[in-house]
Design a protein around this ligand. Structure first.
Ligand code: UDP
Ligand code: MG
Length: 238
């Protein structure tokens, strides 16, 4: 049976979040009412998580990275493994509300886009995180012209073809709109709900993140101009 939706979730030490996460994804997929799969990518977790015994209505595929490789790597491998025509990406800590995914999908279809990114309204993060994110989004937007107010929102819906054009490198997940746009695809954004972490702690250190994002930005300025622009059609094109 053809899979229409692949939900891809990276997780690192999120044991307590997995059971409610799976339940919420299941409810969301039932709203969409189409064949789907859930791809959970274990990014080298060291906590004692058990694959939940609950049996969702949709198959779960568990991928494991041999070592903790970062959110970009986990998302990259999950998206590459997707069998669906559309990929829905989410955080594992339930900060994103899976119930927002259907409206992002509807926008994507109605406006014939290739990726729709959520914009977190009422962010439930610390003041420092919100302020640094605002500055980063402003600088990034001005330099890369990616027309995206909040690249840090993991809740996104993409056509699988566009998702599979994303290159694998550490930091990629923060630049998905610019990467998709400069590959010749169309993007959009819309407001989504944002919640407090359900359980556990953030895995990303603020200061480190800012320095790395700046270096990544320089690489992106080069890559976006030089990556292949456009798509392949016909035959057995990927
Ligand atoms: N994550 C991951 N590998 C890492 C760090 C984070 O797979 O090395 C996952 C994490 O489990 C979560 C998502 O990426 O599902 C976002 O991480 P986090 O919530 O810590 O980031 P924040 O929301 O604080 O930016
Ligand atoms: Mg989070």
């Amino acid at each position: 049976m053809n899979v229409l939706f692949s939900v891809v979730v990276p997780f690192y030490n999120e044991a307590d979040n997995l059971p409610p996460l799976i339940a919420e994804i299941d409810t969301m997929l039932r709203t969409l009412g189409q064949p789907a799969e859930i791809i959970l990518v274990n990014d080298g977790s060291t906590d004692q998580f058990a694959q939940p015994a609950s049996s969702p209505s949709y198959p779960i595929r568990w991928l494991s990275l041999t070592r903790n490789s970062g959110q970009s790597a986990a998302m990259y491998y999950g998206m590459q493994a997707a069998r669906g025509d559309f990929v829905i990406t989410l955080d594992a800590d339930l900060q994103n509300d899976p119930q927002d995914a259907p409206k992002l999908y509807r926008k994507l279809v109605e406006e014939n886009l290739d990726m729709v990114t959520g914009v977190r309204t009422n962010r439930h993060d610390t003041f420092v995180r919100r302020a640094s994110s605002k500055i980063a989004n402003a600088v990034r937007g001005a330099l890369l012209q990616d027309h995206t107010s909040d690249t840090g929102c993991t809740l996104k819906v993409l056509r699988a073809e566009a998702a599979k054009r994303l290159p694998g490198w550490n930091g990629m997940h923060r630049f998905m709109p610019a990467l998709i746009l400069s590959a010749g695809y169309k993007i959009g954004e819309m407001p989504v709900n944002h919640r407090a972490r359900h359980s556990g702690v953030s895995k990303v250190a603020g200061g480190k993140r800012a320095v790395r994002a700046t270096i990544d930005l320089l690489g992106m300025l080069w890559f976006c101009r030089r990556q292949f622009h456009g798509r392949v059609t016909g035959g057995d094109a990927p």
